[in-house]
Design a protein around this ligand. Structure first.
Ligand SMILES: [Ca+2]
Ligand SMILES: [Ca+2]
Length: 258
């Protein structure tokens, strides 16, 4: 009799454990499976996240289905509210009475059945060039290279209380001629270097793409960060946008605008 009681108690604890584990982790998984998000990055990239998969809605035909709907809008990294959007070579925003709302500078918008989290970040001048020099040396580039862009961003990307250090360096579109153009983005975490983006090529007058961070965000609410890295080409308004995930100690592109 005592054995049976013990058995029932053990089974109950076991079942309770699974119910708690499901509520803690399973529900999150189920919820993420139903996530649906439309994300506009700049004026020429629209991504959709649906059934845990990313797709590129990159032509105007599919944009038409997105017109006159409400989106959460960021202009120059500032949240400006939920407004209607309409597309004609670029996005235009309107309030409920269809009065135009100014959109200038960087543009990002989303609509979905959940809220992604956006983190603010600051571009800072590089003070310590030691890792930059190491990266240039590794790539057989001159250590005294001129830059057209050079900055870093501090961000606690893996939530361990210590900032990771993201570097962006490039020499594309310099006024003076250089033989080789480079654009390199990497992260330093506890003295380890993780390459994110590396484009080194022979200079053929204004080839290359100048990289910059567009957003740090948790795009699927799983409590791990993602970021959007973009790059601009010379005299072409369409920038390239890439959504990156960090998994198993390496960066991976989840979706790219091309
Ligand atoms: Ca960290
Ligand atoms: Ca995430």
């Amino acid at each position: 009799m005592r054995d049976r009681k013990l058995y029932i108690i053990l089974i109950s604890i076991f079942v309770l454990f699974f119910i708690v584990m499901f509520l803690l982790f399973g529900l999150g998984e189920v919820r993420r499976g139903n996530q649906d998000l439309t994300l506009m990055v700049g004026h020429h990239t629209v991504w959709r996240y649906h059934n845990k998969k990313w797709s590129n809605l990159s032509n105007n035909l599919s944009y038409q289905n997105l017109d006159w709907k409400k989106y959460h809008i960021f202009s120059n990294q500032e949240y400006i509210g939920e407004h209607l959007l309409w597309y004609n070579d670029r996005w235009y925003a309107f309030d409920d009475d269809r009065n135009a709302i100014d959109l200038n500078g960087d543009f990002l918008a989303y609509s979905g059945n959940y809220e992604p989290t956006f983190y603010s970040f600051m571009e800072e001048d590089i003070q310590d060039y030691s890792s930059v020099q190491e990266v240039l040396r590794e790539a057989s580039l001159p250590e005294d290279s001129e830059f057209s862009t050079a900055y870093h961003v501090l961000m606690d990307f893996d939530h361990d209380g210590v900032d990771e250090d993201f570097y962006v360096i490039s020499n594309v579109f310099l006024d003076e001629y250089v033989e080789t153009t480079f654009s390199i983005v990497y992260m330093i975490d506890q003295d380890m270097l993780y390459m994110i983006y590396e484009d080194i090529s022979k200079n053929q007058s204004f080839n290359g793409c100048k990289p910059f961070f567009t957003s740090f965000l948790d795009v699927n609410q799983d409590n791990t960060y993602e970021f959007i890295l973009s790059c601009g080409r010379y005299s072409v308004s369409e920038q390239i946008d890439m959504l990156y995930q960090y998994k198993n100690n390496a960066f991976k592109i989840l979706i790219s605008s091309e």
